[in-house]
Write a protein that binds this ligand. Structure first.
Ligand SMILES: NC(=O)C1=CN([C@@H]2O[C@H](COP(=O)(O)OP(=O)(O)OC[C@H]3O[C@@H](n4cnc5c(N)ncnc54)[C@H](O)[C@@H]3O)[C@@H](O)[C@H]2O)C=CC1
Ligand SMILES: O=C1[C@@H](O)[C@H](O)[C@@H](O)[C@H](O)[C@H]1O
Length: 333
């Protein structure tokens, strides 16, 4: 499979390297980035060609499938072009930054009649989250009652906005909640509270997000993107007869001088490195069989709709109103 990649920043470059060296059955064949120097550097490193426009990648007959890793507000338009060209696409999260834009993608793919799009919610491929899901599904802890989540980033670039803490960061917990519980989120309340002195001017950080599902499960998420000490993503799912916990993986405990240190990952690149490879490998394996699975545009739309309600909340309970779910998305492949 010859993969065309649009966006060669942080994650785009890493995905290209993974496609070149860690995913069987695929190679990065063509790339585009508005930053032509950046695109040229990674293309030269992996032997890919550089295109002049994003649409040249999508329309390139030698490109079997497209991977979109440009900023979130560019995604919906590019995914629509892939659907129009009948080309499979893995689109990094978020599918879109507004629910209206995401819904247009849902409608376009539903009208197309078969799935072409996978959304990059890679936590569904993380061995830790998979274990949490398998414990819940096995019935060992009874029915799910509550989910507690922590999502801490050491820092964010100056371009990162308060809205992005919800659309770019909490969107992962929104997807994890829907996937783990197989329930829709119907309401949210977001509280600001005391702010970090280390947050950039105008950035509301940290925040507490409360999500309510259609089955009444309550989910709390601490989002804190200036935690400084490292990358810390955890959760505890509380069931009727027990709990299952996903801890921050340690990278090697050092015991010395009367003390014990447990290093943790510096950022998402290291923490989820295996999940990204497994996500890409599953996508490519599906492509070879002519099947697109994994998180769908419905999942992308629902997640963006919830994130949008979080943005509107500002301390008050805000409901989430989803459109009707097309039959294409009623069963997960
Ligand atoms: N699944 C995950 O855990 C992660 C997902 N992401 C997602 O990946 C996307 C990219 O994030 P980063 O790589 O961190 O950002 P980045 O800012 O490092 O890279 C974005 C790249 O896109 C390029 N670009 C901007 N406009 C473009 C356009 N119209 N067409 C083509 N290229 C364009 C920029 O020049 C830059 O090289 C975002 O949607 C983000 O939410 C990012 C990090 C982790
Ligand atoms: O997707 C990601 C980033 O875009 C986002 O900015 C971070 O907060 C997340 O931890 C990371 O997984």
């Amino acid at each position: 499979m010859n993969i065309g990649v649009i966006g060669t920043g942080n994650i785009g470059t890493e995905h290209i390297r993974r496609l070149a060296g860690h995913v069987s059955g695929a190679r990065p064949g063509a790339v585009f980035d508005v930053d032509t120097e950046r695109a040229g550097a990674i293309a030269a490193a992996v032997g890919a060609s550089v295109h002049r426009e994003a649409h040249d990648v999508i329309d390139d007959p030698a490109v079997d499938a497209v991977l979109i890793a440009s900023p979130g507000d560019t995604h919906a338009e590019l995914v629509l072009a892939c659907i129009a060209a009948d080309k499979p696409v893995l689109c990094e999260k978020p599918l879109a930054t507004t629910s209206g834009a995401a819904l247009k993608v849902v409608e376009a793919e539903a009208a197309h009649g078969r799935r072409l799009v996978q959304v990059g919610f890679m936590r569904r491929y993380d061995p830790g989250y998979l274990q949490v899901k398998s414990v819940l599904d096995s019935g060992q802890i009874g029915e799910a009652l509550m989910l507690h989540c922590v999502h801490r980033n050491p820092s964010v670039p100056p371009t990162f906005t308060t809205d992005m803490t919800l659309t770019d960061s909490v969107v992962h917990e929104i997807d994890v909640t829907r996937w783990l519980l197989d329930q829709e989120i119907v309401a949210t309340t977001v509280l600001g509270g005391r702010q970090s002195p280390l947050a950039a001017d105008g950035l509301r950080d940290p925040k507490l997000v409360l999500l309510e599902t259609d089955a009444g499960v309550l989910v709390d998420v601490e989002i804190f993107v200036n935690a400084r000490y490292g990358y810390d993503v955890r959760c505890e799912l509380v069931g009727a007869t027990g709990t299952v916990t996903l801890d921050t993986p340690s990278t090697g405990t050092v015991t010395r001088n009367g003390g014990r240190a447990q290093p943790i990952h510096p950022d998402w690149q290291e923490r989820f490195s295996q999940a990204y490879v497994d996500e890409l490998q599953a996508w490519v394996a599906g492509l070879a069989r002519g099947v697109t699975g994994g998180p769908s545009v419905w999942d992308g739309y629902a997640a963006t709709a919830v994130a949008e309600a979080c943005i509107s909340s500002r301390g008050t309970r805000t409901t989430v109103d989803l459109a009707d779910r097309p039959s294409l998305y009623r069963s997960t492949p």
